[in-house]
Unconditional design. Structure first.
Length: 891
C-alpha cells in the first residue's frame, strides 16, 4: 500500500537497503491489507536515515493500482504522464522523466524511449512487491537522477518460506469501446531443504481494447503582419489546422519472473532472477483533418487576444487520413547476486546484471491521406472546446483521390551490463563512528537507433501528378463518429470517409493507379527496386556507447545531543563517464551556385555514407550528507545535502549532422551533440515529522535544487571548409545553456480513525500536496519560463478496512504545466489542470478467495492542452473510464 508520507525507510548502504526491503516483504505477507501495510511502512519511515517514499504490495501479487505509475503518483511530489489513459512516465519534484532513474532490484533498466526515461506500462504490477522513490542522494546510491531514483522490487521465495500459490482473473471493461478483455496473473513459490533453497515463478497476461477521441490543433502561428482576404492584419494568432482523431488501440502484455535463491549457510545468500515482459500495441487512427492557410482564408473573425476564432476557407481539399501501427516492445532483465556476511563486522554484496529493451516497429506505421475538392468553415467563436465545421462547394459524388502514402518507423535497441561491489564494515568502540561503507560499480550501456521509411518520391508522386490519382469508390465507407468527444462542449463532425490503409497502398502499386501517372516508368522501376511501400532502413543509423566507472565511500555516525539521538551519513562518490557515438551520414562535398537564384547555393552530397565517431569523457565528484535528529520519541527533524547528476539523453548524443543549401547569408543545419556535459545539481532538503499516534502522522519538508548545465536547443556557429571555399553555418543542436533553480514544499498527513466507535473505526485518510517554483529558469533568449512538466500536485485518499471488506477512493490533481517551450513562430503549450478519481473495493469470501472491483477515471475527465491563452485550444482528449471486476485466490 502507498506510504503517503515524505520519508520512508532509506538505508545508508546498498546492503542495508536490501536487508530493509527484504524484511518489509516478509512482513507484508504475514500481516496483509491496507491498514497493516500502512502501519508497517510508517514504522520504517520513522526509522529511516534518508529521504525515501515507498509503495508496498498489500499482499503477494496485490499492488494498490493496476499500473505501477498510477500507484507512484499517490506519493508526494510525483506526477505522471499517461498514454491511452494508462500511467507511463514519471515526473518527480518538477523534474521530467529523463531526470529520474528507474532500477529493478537496484539495477538499471533498459528502455525503448530512445533516451533514459522508463515506460512503466511495459511492466505488470502483479509481479512487484514494492517500489522505493529515493529523493535524496547517498554515496552508495547509483548516480544518474536529479529528480529521483525509483527502485522496483520483485518478490523472492525466501521472503515468505514455504509453499505459496496466488492467482487472479478479472475482466477489464473500457468505457469508450464497451468491450471486456481478460487479465490473468499467477504466482507459485516454495522453499525446500529446511528453507535453504527457494524457487518462485510468476506471470501476468493483460489485454485491453480501448479508444480515445481527440480534437487537435498543432499550434497557433504568430504573425507580426499578414494579408488575409485582401486585408493586412498585425500581431495575430492563426490556427495551423483542426483535426478530429478517433484512435482505437489494442494492448497485449505478457510478463513473467523467475527467481532462484540458495542459502548454503546463515552467512551466505545467493539469488538469481530474471524478468521478461512484452507489450504489443496495435492502433488505428481515423482522422478528419483540415489544413488552414492564410491564402485560402476568408472573412476572419478575431477575439480579444487577436486569435482567429472564425473563418471560411476556399479552394481547399476536404481530406481523410488513416494511420495504422503494429509495434512490439520487449524488456529482458536478469541478474546474479551474492550477499555474504564475511565476518561479524564485514558485510559484502556482489551483483552482476543485464537488461535489454527493444522496440520493433515491424513493417512500420502507415500514414495515408485521401481527399476531394471542397470549401469549409471554422467556428470557435462560441468558446466551445470543439469547433463547429461547415462544408460547401462539396460534391460527394466527386471521386476521392490519393494524397499521400508512406510507411515509417524507428527500431531502438538498448542494452545495459552492470557489476556492483558493496561493502559495510561495522566498527565498535570508536566514538560516534559506527560503520564505514565502500564499493564500486561498472556499467556498459549501448543504445542503437535505426530509422526507416518509404523511399522518396513514392509517397508524394500520386498527389504531385498533374491530376491526382482517382481511387475506386468500393474502397471507402463512412466512419461513424457518433458520440465523438461526448464529454466536451461543441459540435464535432460525426461522419467522414474512411478506408483500409493496406488496401489503399496496395491499390497505388497496381497498374490501374500507375497508368494514371504522367510518367509511370520511373515509378515502376522504383517499385521493382524497393518493393513499393516498404520501410527502407536509413543507412544514417547511429549507436551510442556509454561506460561508467564509480567508486564510493561513506561513514555512519551516531550520538546524542541534549538527550536527543542523532545520526549522520556522509559520503563521496566519484564517477567517470566515457561515451562513444558512432554513425553513418552523407558527407557534404561542396556548395555550388544555384543556376536560377542569385545568392543561393545547392548542397552537393556524396552518394555513399561515411562513418562518424565522436568520443567524450567527464569526471564528477558527488558528495552527500544525510542527518537526522530525534527531537522526541515521535518528532524527527532531517537535513540532507547532496550533489547529483543526470546524463544527457542518449538520443541527444548522436554524432550525425545535416547541412542544407539555400541562401549564402543564412546557411543552416541540424544535429545532435555527442560532446554534451551532464546536468549537475546541488540539492538541499529540510523536514519535520510528527508521529502523533499509531500509524498517524504529519510531515512538512522543503527542498531546493540549483541545476547547472541545463540542456536546450541553440543555434551554434560552425565553420565548414569545402573545395569551393569556407562557409559559416548556423547549426541547431542541443547544448549546455544555462542554470536553473527549483524549490518546493511538500506537506503530507495520514490519520487512522481508530478511536471512533465500530464500524467507523475502520476509516482512514491520507492527504498530501506539493508546491513548486522555478522562476529562475530561462530559455535560449534569456526569457524566464517555467520548466517543462513543473506543476503543483495534490492527493486525497479515503479508505476503509473492517473485517473482510476494504474500499478506497483516491483523488489526484495536477495543476497546469508547460508541455512545450515557445518557438519563434508560436507560444508555449500548456496542459490544463487535470484531476482524476479512482476507486477500489474488495471482499474476502473466506481465507482463500477475494472478489474485487476497480474503477479508473470514473468521472471521465478530459485532458486539455492550450497555448499561452486558454482559449487557444491545442488538444482535447477523452480517454473515458475503465472498470474491472475479478476474483483472487491465495493458497
Amino acid at each position: 500500500m502507498l506510504c503517503s508520507g515524505l520519508f520512508l525507510p532509506s538505508f545508508a548502504s546498498a546492503q542495508e537497503a536490501e536487508a530493509g526491503m527484504d524484511e518489509l516483504a516478509m512482513e507484508e505477507v504475514v500481516v496483509t491489507g491496507m491498514r497493516n501495510s500502512l502501519k508497517k511502512s510508517i514504522d520504517y519511515k520513522k526509522n529511516s536515515s534518508t529521504v525515501v517514499d515507498a509503495i508496498t504490495a498489500e499482499d503477494i501479487g496485490k499492488f494498490p493500482d493496476q499500473n505501477i505509475a498510477e500507484s507512484l503518483q499517490r506519493i508526494t511530489g510525483v506526477t505522471i504522464d499517461r498514454s491511452g489513459g494508462e500511467g507511463q512516465l514519471l515526473t518527480v519534484r518538477g523534474m521530467g522523466p529523463e531526470f529520474n532513474s528507474t532500477l529493478l532490484n537496484g539495477r538499471t533498466l533498459a528502455t525503448t524511449s530512445g533516451g533514459r526515461a522508463f515506460s512503466f506500462d511495459i511492466m505488470a504490477s502483479e509481479l512487484v512487491s514494492g517500489a522505493e522513490v529515493h529523493k535524496t542522494q547517498s554515496a552508495y546510491l547509483q548516480e544518474g537522477s536529479i529528480g529521483a531514483t525509483v527502485n522496483i522490487k520483485t518478490l523472492k521465495p525466501m521472503d515468505f518460506p514455504g509453499f505459496q500459490a496466488v492467482g487472479s482473473v478479472k475482466g477489464l471493461y473500457d468505457g469508450m469501446t464497451g468491450k471486456v478483455k481478460p487479465q490473468v496473473s499467477g504466482l507459485i513459490s516454495d522453499t525446500f531443504a529446511d528453507d535453504t533453497f527457494g524457487v518462485l515463478a510468476s506471470f501476468s497476461y493483460y489485454n485491453r481494447e480501448s479508444r480515445y477521441d481527440k480534437a487537435n490543433t498543432a499550434y497557433y502561428r504568430k504573425y507580426d503582419s499578414v494579408e488575409i482576404d485582401g486585408q493586412t492584419y498585425s500581431d495575430i494568432y492563426f490556427p495551423r489546422n483542426y483535426d478530429q482523431i478517433a484512435q482505437t488501440e489494442t494492448r497485449e502484455r505478457l510478463s513473467g519472473t523467475l527467481v532462484l535463491q540458495y542459502r548454503p549457510t546463515d552467512d551466505v545468500e545467493i539469488t538469481a532472477d530474471a524478468l521478461y515482459s512484452k507489450l504489443d500495441v496495435q492502433y488505428r487512427q481515423d482522422v478528419f483533418p483540415h489544413w488552414f492557410t492564410t491564402g485560402t482564408a476568408k472573412n476572419p473573425v478575431f477575439d480579444d487576444n487577436n486569435t482567429v476564432v472564425k473563418a471560411d476557407f476556399e479552394g481547399t481539399f476536404v481530406e481523410s487520413l488513416v494511420r495504422q501501427s503494429d509495434a512490439k516492445n520487449e524488456l529482458i532483465a536478469g541478474g546474479f547476486n551474492v550477499d555474504w556476511d564475511v565476518s561479524e563486522n564485514w558485510k559484502m554484496i556482489f551483483d552482476v546484471s543485464v537488461s535489454k529493451a527493444e522496440s520493433d516497429p515491424k513493417k512500420g506505421w502507415s500514414d495515408t491521406v485521401i481527399g476531394r475538392p471542397g470549401d469549409f468553415s471554422y467556428d470557435r467563436s462560441a468558446g466551445d472546446l470543439v469547433p463547429t465545421m461547415g462544408y460547401s462547394n462539396f460534391d460527394e459524388s466527386d471521386p476521392l483521390t490519393a494524397g499521400w502514402g508512406s510507411l515509417q518507423g524507428t527500431r531502438i535497441e538498448d542494452e545495459v551490463l552492470e557489476a556492483k561491489f558493496d561493502n559495510n564494515y561495522f566498527i565498535e568502540d570508536a566514538g560516534p563512528l559506527v560503520k564505514v561503507g565502500f564499493g564500486g560499480m561498472f556499467s556498459n550501456r549501448t543504445l542503437g537507433s535505426t530509422y526507416g521509411e518509404t523511399e522518396y518520391p513514392l509517397p508524394w508522386i500520386f498527389a504531385d501528378n498533374s491530376s491526382r490519382i482517382v481511387l475506386p469508390t468500393s474502397m471507402f465507407h463512412p466512419y461513424d463518429a457518433d458520440g465523438f468527444l461526448s464529454g466536451a462542449s461543441g459540435s464535432p463532425t460525426e461522419t467522414w470517409p474512411t478506408y483500409d490503409s493496406d488496401e489503399f497502398l496496395n491499390f497505388l502499386l497496381s497498374e490501374e493507379a500507375i497508368s494514371q501517372l504522367d510518367d509511370p516508368e520511373p515509378i515502376r522501376e522504383l517499385i521493382a527496386r524497393t518493393g513499393g511501400f516498404t520501410m527502407i532502413p536509413d543507412p544514417a543509423a547511429y549507436e551510442v556507447n556509454e561506460k561508467v566507472k564509480a567508486l564510493y565511500v561513506d561513514v555512519h555516525l551516531e550520538g546524542d545531543v541534549a538527550d536527543m539521538p542523532w545520526s549522520v551519513v556522509a559520503g563521496l562518490r566519484y564517477v567517470e563517464t566515457k561515451s562513444k557515438s558512432i554513425g553513418q551520414q552523407v558527407a557534404l562535398l561542396d556548395l555550388i551556385p544555384a543556376p536560377t537564384t542569385p545568392g543561393e547555393v545547392i548542397a552537393i552530397r556524396s552518394d555513399d555514407y561515411v562513418p562518424v565517431e565522436v568520443k567524450n569523457t567527464y569526471h564528477d565528484f558527488l558528495p552527500s550528507l544525510n542527518a537526522k535528529l530525534n527531537m522526541t520519541d515521535n518528532v524527527i527533524a532531517r537535513f540532507a545535502f547532496s550533489k547529483s547528476l543526470t546524463r544527457p539523453e542518449l538520443d541527444e548524443m548522436s554524432p550525425l549532422t545535416s547541412y542544407s543549401g539555400g541562401s549564402l547569408d543564412n546557411l543552416t543545419g541540424s544535429g545532435s551533440n555527442p560532446k554534451l556535459s551532464p546536468y549537475l545539481s546541488t540539492n538541499f532538503d529540510l523536514s519535520l515529522e510528527w508521529y502523533y499516534s499509531d500509524a498517524s502522522y504529519v510531515a512538512v519538508s522543503g527542498f531546493h535544487k540549483d541545476i547547472d548545465g541545463y540542456i536546450g536547443s541553440s543555434e551554434v556557429s560552425e565553420t565548414v571548409v569545402l573545395t569551393s571555399g569556407t562557409y559559416n553555418y548556423e547549426i541547431s543542436r542541443p547544448v549546455n545553456l544555462h542554470s536553473t533553480k527549483i524549490k518546493g514544499i511538500e506537506v503530507a498527513a495520514q490519520h487512522m480513525f481508530t478511536s471512533l466507535p465500530s464500524p467507523f473505526d475502520g476509516l482512514g485518510i491520507m492527504a498530501n500536496a506539493t508546491f513548486l517554483d522555478s522562476s529562475s529558469s530561462t530559455d535560449v533568449e534569456g526569457e524566464k519560463l517555467p520548466l517543462i512538466g513543473l506543476s503543483d500536485s495534490q492527493n486525497l485518499i479515503l479508505f476503509y478496512e473492517k473485517g473482510p471488506f476494504q474500499a478506497r477512493i483516491a483523488y489526484n490533481n495536477r495543476d497546469r504545466f508547460m508541455q512545450q517551450k515557445p518557438l519563434s513562430y508560436r507560444d508555449g503549450h500548456y496542459v490544463d489542470d487535470y484531476h482524476q478519481i479512482d476507486i477500489t473495493a474488495s471482499y474476502d469470501i473466506d481465507d482463500n478467495f477475494t472478489v474485487f472491483f476497480e474503477g479508473i477515471n470514473i468521472t471521465n475527465e478530459l485532458y486539455i492542452t492550450t497555448a499561452e491563452y486558454k482559449n487557444q485550444i491545442i488538444e482535447v482528449i477523452e480517454n473515458g473510464p475503465r472498470y474491472s471486476i475479478g476474483i483472487r485466490g491465495k493458497f
